[in-house]
Write a protein that binds this ligand. Sequence first.
Ligand code: NDP
Length: 338
Amino acid sequence: MKQIALASRPNGAPTPENFRLEELPIPTPGEGEVLVRVHYMSLDPYMRGRMDDSKSYAANIPVDGKMEGGSVGEIIASNADGFEVGEFVMGGFGWATHAAVPATGLAKVDPKTAPITYSLGVMGMPGFTGWLGLTEFGRPKSGETLVVAAATGPVGSMVGQVAKSMGLRVVGIAGGPDKCKMAVEQFGFDECLDHYAYDTASALRKDLKAACPKGIDIYFENVGGKVLEAVLPLMNLHGRIPICGMIAWYNGTSEVDNGLSGQQIWRHILVSSLSVNGFIISNFWNRLGDFHKAVGPMIAKGDIAVQEDITEGLENAPDAFIKLLTGGNTGKAMVKVI
Ligand code: NDP
């Protein structure tokens, strides 16, 4: 079997040298375990944080340890009751072609219900994140205006589409004209602005203001950086900001010094009486069933569009991941392992 290990910790943006492809014997499943042959592996922005050694909400990956992540695959050997060879399961198998793991905690995936890749994207962790953050902390109301960046990614596109279905005006921000076109034509956003087209936050703010004539009620925070700086002064009284991510800062080198000081940020929160809620989706797994009940039928009916970005081959995962952090993906980033 093959796996990818963390060879060294990145200093700023990760490079291919931070990863190492390894060949190992296929593991044997122990009592209560299954052996899984991975078909698709998810690439997610949170993995960048796990490569560092700074304190976070989850344990870091040790140097020389296997890169972590969620995957979907087929059981090829089973020592666990209720899990049969040939069944598909989703779990944390890491960046690897095979994994022997305890069956407890695995989610079964039915390939007859939906493509198995959906369990990593639109029906999986990122889609759930968008829905939960919007409905729980955005508290959307018909007629309000929502702004979300990384608009064509699995989180942003879920946020935008669910908000549209609830009667909001939805303005996206995405990287480049093609992604903006996709946000409007495929995902049904009312407008989308290309953040690369603006050198400064104030220039972006001017066009955002025109796109949001009634101000912004919900800013679903995915990116931080220039977008946050543009949005904050446009927030309406009692606006809500679910803080989901801040990818512009994940590599620790770019846009660290944006134009808004901490003092200004707090002032905007105070004077507009904003509700700002950070959330980590792993604290909400008990709501996954609610998400599937609410959004599953919309996906089945084709009311939620799906965009996936699939890279072939485990050995190409590092490059695909490096690209994801700077917008080189279009849609849910995954690796086809088999
Ligand atoms: P995406 O597939 O949307 O990929 C990330 C996107 O971020 C890129 O494609 C790019 O889109 C955008 N981006 C990168 N750098 C910048 C920048 N400097 N300024 C503006 N945009 C940038 O990712 P996901 O949908 O999987 O995740 C979106 C966010 O949600 C991330 O911040 C992630 O960490 C967070 N998240 C948080 C969770 C939680 O539990 N709180 C769970 C899951 C995700 P473009 O080219 O359009 O700019």
